[in-house]
Ligand binder design. Sequence first.
Ligand code: FMN
Length: 200
Amino acid sequence: MELDLSTLKPAECYKVLANLITPRPIAWITTVSQEGAVNAAPFSFFNCFGSSPPIVAFAPGNKAPGIPKDTARNIRDNGDFVVNIADETLAHKMVATSASLPHGESELAIIGLTAAKSVSIKAPRIAEAPVSFECREWATLEIGSNRMVVGTVHHAHIRDGILDPQTLHLKTETFLPVGRMAAPNSYCRTSNQYEIKRPL
Ligand SMILES: Cc1cc2nc3c(=O)[nH]c(=O)nc-3n(C[C@H](O)[C@H](O)[C@H](O)COP(=O)(O)O)c2cc1C
């Protein structure tokens, strides 16, 4: 099968990309509105892109033509966000925060999650998440009707026991994030990992 993406509709391009570029990590983003309401939503068009400085990026589509999702709107207004990572125990709650609520209503409170104060930014993190990264917006690119938020990472909250405090090596079995597979409802576990040594 050969596909020329320039001839496909956006919804078809989405299917081709989102079904085949998998597994994707999921950024469970928390932001705060100008009025102080905490917002949470998952984004799987997400990854880390460098370490000097440490940067991440994710892509919130528009709600409607020209109208940003609450996450993008809050970042535009306040300039910061937290990337929380959900493990298997939080996966259902993470997906539940993708419900679209009116601007200003908090997904966290409804779902029974706790917002915890951040150290370096305004947006709070999700206290229950095993890992959270405090980020400042570096730039938001608008490419057609896509938005890509690039952020620098300033502070990490990591549940004790996940990283060795001396070496920062990961204790694999202590951190089992979920990944996104074919859209809209497929996920993968990370509890069946294996190693391949790189050539020297
Ligand atoms: C696992 C998962 C991943 C998602 N990834 C994205 C994404 O990368 N980009 C996007 O625009 N929406 C994505 N969504 C949908 C948003 O989470 C959803 O539109 C949400 O309501 C946005 O919230 P907000 O308006 O509070 O920002 C995803 C949903 C789920 C369940």
